[in-house]
Design a binder for this molecule. Structure first.
Ligand code: CA
Length: 526
């Protein structure tokens, strides 16, 4: 990684110093004074709100996704550091301390917003097995504009290749847990030193790998993703998932869309959706056409919609939920290895860069002992967290094309069972909201703008913004009953076409009418 040396020198020049206000001076001085074990400050710079920050240090593979610039909304002090995590590993850490601080600390996870228009194979800065890829600048900007003293780390390596893990267990440890933890410990200390009033509350915001870091699991999911792409391999085309007449997509929607009472192209509760696909098979005497499928194709689709069991019969991963076919057809059902899963098996599980990717369920078994550090289902009894007053707002898009939302339901059940608590008891501190019409962390066909970041921002009202909902829950004791999302008419920043309140698990959304499905009051959590 390269470091900027020019910037602090410029900032310290007398001409600039003359026009500095107290906050600017404090920022630069603070950078020079930081004295924490294992922390090497690269530079500290004052960044005025409205700056389009150049990210020339970003790994090229990350710039493909993030762009080489990040807009900075709030006036802030940006501190960049390297933190040693062992004798031969380190993380890159940034702290963004806003001028107007609200007394709250926030750590970002590896959130990734996946623009639908970006082909996945070049979209690198999101969470796969190995993509840690650098700091989530858009989240640093998002949280700091709300006044949070915000930190973000690179998870111990830059770029999206799995090669840094190869024969390097310390880098793997950073990715698994140590980068996040280290960033929080260092970030909290710096926040206390930077602001006279320190901070009162600590928050965490993450999705994708950030969801794994927040407590969900990942290794089995990788196994499934391998199986998911493997299953349709006999198919010559993934187009059968893409909504054409006679396709898997059309059939699933036809059978399941109105189970929630509204024909709106969105399946509110995929649990109720068990599409029967056999009827799509061409008649024995018919030539296969665009309006019917071969039995091999239908069988492949049925595998995708079925749970994955291990060699000993244990459930490895739930099925892919129906409803995400179109996006998944481009990345998971395209007959090619999911790139991050492939790297994970090559560089972590098998230490074999030439491993073929011919995945079977035996590989899932092989993966488990090697991936325990990146958490299978973690400790389910999280009473210690609860006792400190901790709250969890957990969400998962029900059109997630990468990780089945049923995985989050398993995670929730795991906690419920381990703690011996019913959902109404868990509601005290842990609430799970499946979000209909949301693909992987953002976007999707439905009311998915719930305010987890810039791309999903539609309102700062706690009712319609999950970050603000957490603040209200933690600081005022008012828990979110629903999570309200906007269907944005033309992507991030555009007008809301309609709103919908998403129910907390295990309730589900039902259209009771009267009126149109775009009328949020016509829906009810049941
Ligand atoms: Ca529907």
């Amino acid at each position: 990684m390269g470091f900027h040396f020019a910037i602090p020198i410029l900032a310290l020049s007398s001409a600039v110093a003359a026009s500095q206000d107290a906050f600017q001076s404090k920022c630069v001085q603070f950078g020079n004074q930081i004295n924490l074990p294992h922390v090497s400050v690269n530079f500290a710079e004052y960044v005025p709100g409205g700056t389009n920050l150049s990210l020339s240090d970003n790994a090229p593979s990350c710039n493909a996704q993030n762009g080489a610039y990040q807009n900075v909304t709030a006036d802030l002090c940006r501190i960049t550091m390297a933190v040693e995590t062992s004798n031969n590993s380190q993380i890159t850490l940034e702290a963004w301390f806003p001028r107007e601080c609200n007394g709250r600390f926030l750590s970002t996870g590896m959130v990734v917003f996946q623009a639908v228009s970006v082909p996945y194979h070049i979209a690198n800065c999101w969470s796969g097995a190995n993509s840690s890829t650098g700091i989530q600048y858009y989240d640093l900007d998002y949280a700091s504009q709300f006044g949070f003293a915000t930190v973000g780390a690179n998870n111990g390596h830059n770029g999206t290749s799995g090669k840094p893990f190869y024969h390097h267990p310390e880098v793997l440890k950073d990715f698994a847990y140590r980068s996040l933890h280290t960033g929080v410990v260092v970030g909290k200390e710096l926040t206390k030193q930077f602001y006279d009033e320190g901070f009162n509350k600590s928050y965490y915001l993450g999705c994708s790998t950030g969801g794994r870091q927040g407590g969900n699991r990942s290794s089995d999911t990788r196994a499934t993703s391998m199986a998911s792409w493997q299953a349709p391999l006999p198919l010559t085309s993934a187009i059968l998932f893409r909504g054409v007449p006679g396709s898997i997509r059309s059939s699933a929607l036809r059978q399941c869309d109105t189970l929630d009472g509204a024909k709106d192209g969105i399946i509110e509760d995929p649990d109720l959706c068990r599409p029967i696909l056999q009827t799509l098979i061409c008649a024995a005497d018919a030539k296969q056409t665009s309006s019917c499928l071969s039995s091999a194709q239908v069988h492949a689709a049925e595998q995708v919609f079925s749970p994955l069991y291990g060699t000993n019969g244990d459930l490895l991963d739930p099925r892919m939920q129906p409803g995400s076919e179109i996006l998944a057809s481009w990345i998971m059902y395209n007959g090619e290895p999911f790139p991050f899963s492939l790297d994970w098996f090559r560089y972590v599980v098998y230490d074999d860069p030439s491993w073929s990717g011919n995945f079977t369920v035996k590989d899932a078994a092989a993966a488990l002992p090697r991936t325990h550090t990146t958490s299978r289902l973690g400790r389910g009894d999280i009473r210690p967290f609860q006792k400190t007053g901790g709250k969890i707002l957990h969400y998962h898009g029900m059109q997630d094309e990468l990780t089945s939302s049923e995985d989050s339901k398993l995670c929730y059940s795991h906690v419920a069972e381990a703690m011996g608590q019913s959902p109404s008891e868990l509601d005290d501190f842990y609430r799970f909201f499946p979000i209909s019409g949301m693909s992987h962390c953002a976007n999707g066909d439905g009311a998915s703008a719930i305010g987890q970041g810039t791309q999903t921002y539609a309102s700062s009202d706690p009712e319609s913004n999950v970050l603000m909902a957490m603040v209200k829950w933690v600081e005022e004791g008012v828990a979110p009953e629903t999570v309200r999302g906007a269907k944005l008419s033309a992507g991030p920043g555009s007008q809301a076409e309609y709103w919908r309140k998403h129910c907390r698990w295990p309730r589900r959304n039902f259209f009771k009418g009267p009126g149109n499905y775009t009328d949020e009051s016509a829906w009810q959590c049941i």
